[in-house]
Ligand binder design. Sequence first.
Ligand code: NIG
Ligand code: FE
Length: 398
Amino acid sequence: MSLALRGIGELLTNDPAWGDGPVGRRRRAALVVDEGLVAWVGDDADCPAADESVDVAGAAVVPGFVDSHTHLVFAGERSDEFEARLAGERYDGGGIMRTVRATRSATSSDLRRDAHRRRAAMRANGTTTVEAKSGYALDLVGEIRLCEISAEVADAATFLGAHVVPAEFAADRAAYVDLVRGPMLAACAPHVQWADVFCDRGAFDADEARVILLAARAAGLGLRLHGNQIAPGPGVRLAVELGAQSVDHCTHLDDEDVAALAGSSTVATLVPGAEFSTRSAYAPARRLLDAGATIALATDCNPGTSYVTSMPFVIALAVREMGLSVDEAVLAATLGGARALARRDVGHLAPGARADLSVLDAPRVAHLAYRPGEALVARSLRGGVAADGAAAARTVPL
Ligand code: NIG
Ligand code: FE
């Protein structure tokens, strides 16, 4: 059954072939959804007949957000650390073991329920594709469990056994690296598409990260990296050297890092929610874009550095704090995220794309940054279907 969305005030297709500029902007537009895909995009006046037609009365429509970096599956919370940072303490990754202890002792049904709740909150804010990683068990059986739940709850799952060296291996780091790249990876790989390593001060060094990521590649996984979050270091250059799909955080970059990213196909995934919550400087988004790097924006949803589920909040931070235009930020939160996950079917609204979109309770996309904190996503469709599973036509707002 086809559905025409008529009377769209501003539509971002993210495809220059279907509208103006890099975001493929159209005004007074219409879009037809059929069989879960975008079937037609054009001027409202030219809209073809469809089984059902809905007038969105001048609302703006954007592609569904692609949140390419989350730690969706965890137990407990660490608001006391957030408060301590407000009082001047620095984030050094030291709290990760607290979440590991809480997660190890949580039941699977509690982990699942909480992850689904976070995912529902994301969806309510317009996120239609989500990545999730393990990394809060750091033992073989627990990491398998987190990979399984991540794969269930999210659209893409990542093995992050190399988040930090757990306390019980503190005296023998090499043994933990061997566990991660050996039996843990072998047991987790069937459940995930990606592997990630936290390569930073207080986590894993470049040599440790390299051997783990090479083993992951040999196991058939795509590569991602947490790098240059806490301090300048080798993470970004290692990601580029290995041809990783994405290197995430990129807070502390020197000119060589920026040039390496600009000359590569590795996406720089920026997570300003983490910088907000840790009171860090923001990543040099403007420098990266001006140099020609591809960037993505993501929430990094986790209890330590970014207990954030809202991509509109991330967009608002990127615009206000990182010097991006609204168009650049929305592009990074949609097409950029899709690139970071190597997905071609999402992140844009050209004909043939999956019908993942949000109708905003606003006439212009700029309201996402202009009215931070407002619930501006009136309805979102994923594969043409609304969040509650109802048919699209009945659930698009009027
Ligand atoms: O992406 N940097 C490493 N991992 C998470 C934070 C983990 C935590 O503090 O619980 C991040 O910021
Ligand atoms: Fe992270």
